[in-house]
Design a protein around this ligand. Structure first.
Ligand SMILES: Nc1ncnc2c1ncn2[C@@H]1O[C@H](COP(=O)(O)OP(=O)(O)OP(=O)(O)O)[C@@H](O)[C@H]1O
Ligand SMILES: C[C@@](O)(CCO)CC(=O)[O-]
Ligand SMILES: [Mg+2]
Length: 395
C-alpha cells in the first residue's frame, strides 16, 4: 500500500448509436459526459474494509480476517478475460447475494468485493472507499462503468500495481496508456458482475473519455467530430441493464433470422453517423447533415423498439420532442432510463424552453448536456468542488 489517500473520478457516457447491437459484435458510437463519479480511498489501521455508497444508501464493513478465507484456491488473474467463477460463488455465499439478484446494493457490493479481493489478493489491506456520483444510478448514462472504472483505478494504484500519476504540483493527472488499458480491463470485470454480458463500450468511455467508436473490443478515438448540442432526458423509469441485455439475447436466439438483420442495420446506422460527423467536421455542418443525423436517430429508435427495449415513457419523449421538430432516441440499455434529443444549431431557445417544460410536466428531468469530458483521472483535493469533498470526507 503506497498511498494514504487517493481521489479519482471517471465520467458517465451517452451512446449515440449501437447500444445492444454492440454486445453482439456490432459498431457503436459513444461519448463521455460532463457528469462524473468520484471516489476517495483511504488506508486505515482498523483491520476492516469499509465501503460508503451514499447514492444508494449503503454503508458496510467487513473484517479482513473474515474475507481472507475467500481467497483460498484463487486463480491468478491472468489476461482478465474471464471472471473467477469459484471466487464469485464463494462471495455470493458469504454475502448472501443470490445468483439472479439485480438489486442496486447487491451488484455494487459484489463488484467492489470481487475487485478488492482480486487486486489485493497477495495482502489484503485495511481501507475505506467512499464513492459519490453526479450520475443517476441505473438510468443509461453508464453509472456502473464510471463506478467500476473508479474502483479499478483507485484499487490498482493503492496496491501499487499501477503508478499514482499525480505530482504535488498538479491538480489532476492521468495514467500512461498501458496503465489505462489495465484500469479498463479490470473495470470490465466489475461490469461483468453488474451487467452479466457487457460489450465493454461503457468502461472504455469511462476510462478514455472523449468520443469513441467501439467495435468488438477495438476502441478508436474520434477526434474529428463537430460540436453537437444534446438534450438529455431522464424518464426516471427504473430498469436493469443486466435484465434488458439478457432479454435482447433471448429474442435473438428465438428469432435469429429476424433479429440479425436488425443488429446489422444498427451497425450501418453507427457507420453512416460516423461518416456524416466526419464530413461535418471536415467541410462544416450543413442543414442536410443534420437531416441525416435526425433520420438515423429515428431509424435506430425504431430498431431498439423492435429489440424490445423501448418503453412508453421513451415514446412520450419522442412524441413531445417531434412535435417541435426535434428527434430523440433512448440511450444506454433503454426500458426507461434516459433518452437523447439532438438540437440543431438554429433551434430557437424558446423551443428548447417549451420542450423542457413539457417534459418536466411529464415527470421527467431534462437538461442540455456537454459531451467529450476527460476519462479517468487522479485528483488532488484542490481539484474537487467543496460539495464533492464534503460528501467524500464525511465518512
Ligand atoms: N454511485 C454509485 N454507487 C453505488 N453503486 C453504483 C453507483 N453507480 C452505479 N452503481 C452500480 O451500478 C448499477 C447500475 O448499473 P446499470 O448498468 O444497470 O445502469 P447504468 O450503468 O446506469 O446504465 P447503462 O448501463 O445502461 O449505461 C447499480 O445498480 C449499482 O450497483
Ligand atoms: C445495452 C448496452 O449496449 C449499453 C449499456 O450502456 C450494454 C453494453 O454494451 O454492455
Ligand atoms: Mg451500466
Amino acid at each position: 500500500m503506497q498511498t494514504r489517500e487517493f481521489l479519482v473520478s471517471a465520467p458517465g457516457k451517452v451512446i449515440l448509436h449501437g447500444e445492444h447491437s454492440v454486445v453482439h459484435g456490432k459498431v457503436a458510437l459513444a461519448v463521455s459526459l460532463n457528469l462524473r463519479t468520484y471516489l476517495r480511498l483511504q488506508s486505515t489501521a482498523s483491520g476492516e474494509v469499509r465501503i460508503n455508497l451514499p447514492n444508494i444508501d449503503t454503508f458496510l464493513a467487513w473484517e479482513i480476517t473474515a474475507l481472507q478465507p475467500l481467497l483460498a484456491g484463487c486463480k491468478e488473474q491472468g489476461d482478465l478475460k474471464e471472471l473467477d467463477a469459484d471466487l464469485l460463488k464463494r462471495l455470493r455465499e458469504f454475502t448472501g447475494i443470490l445468483d439472479d439478484s439485480t438489486d442496486t446494493r447487491s451488484m455494487a457490493v459484489l463488484a467492489f468485493l470481487y475487485m478488492y479481493l482480486t487486486v489485493f489478493a497477495e495482502a489484503l489491506a485495511s481501507i475505506t472507499v467512499s464513492v459519490w456520483s453526479e450520475l443517476p444510478t441505473g438510468a443509461g448514462l453508464g453509472s456502473s462503468a464510471a463506478y467500476n472504472v473508479c474502483l479499478s483505478a483507485a484499487l490498482l494504484s493503492a496496491r501499487g500495481t499501477i503508478s499514482s500519476p499525480l505530482t504535488p504540483q498538479q491538480e489532476s493527472a492521468r495514467w500512461c496508456k498501458d496503465e489505462m488499458e489495465l484500469i479498463n480491463r479490470w473495470a470490465f470485470m466489475g461490469e461483468k458482475i453488474i451487467h452479466g454480458n457487457p460489450s465493454g463500450v461503457d468502461n472504455a468511455v469511462g476510462t478514455w473519455g472523449g468520443f469513441l467508436r467501439y467495435h468488438a473490443g477495438n476502441i478508436t478515438p474520434l477526434s474529428w467530430v463537430p460540436i453537437l448540442r444534446i438534450l438529455l432526458t431522464n424518464t426516471k423509469v427504473p430498469r436493469s441493464t443486466k435484465v434488458l441485455v439478457s432479454g435482447v439475447k433471448d429474442k435473438i436466439n428465438k428469432f435469429s433470422s429476424v433479429m440479425k438483420p436488425v443488429l446489422e442495420s444498427v451497425s450501418a446506422v453507427s457507420c453512416t453517423c460516423e461518416q456524416t460527423l466526419t464530413e461535418m467536421a471536415t467541410h462544416g455542418p450543413s442543414a442536410e447533415h443534420y437531416n441525416i443525423l435526425e433520420e438515423l436517430i429515428d431509424i435506430n429508435q425504431h430498431h431498439l423498439n423492435v429489440m424490445g427495449v423501448g418503453h412508453s415513457s421513451l415514446d412520450t419523449l419522442c412524441r413531445v420532442t417531434l412535435a417541435r421538430g426535434l428527434h430523440s432516441k433512448l440511450t444506454g440499455a433503454g426500458g426507461g432510463g434516459c433518452g437523447i434529443t439532438l438540437l440543431r444549431p438554429e433551434t430557437d431557445a424558446s423551443v428548447i424552453q417549451s420542450t423542457f417544460e413539457e417534459l418536466k410536466s411529464c415527470g421527467f428531468d431534462c437538461w442540455e448536456t456537454s459531451i467529450g469530458a476527460p476519462g479517468v483521472q487522479q485528483h488532488s483535493s484542490a481539484a474537487l468542488s467543496q460539495d464533492v469533498l464534503k460528501i467524500l470526507n464525511s465518512y
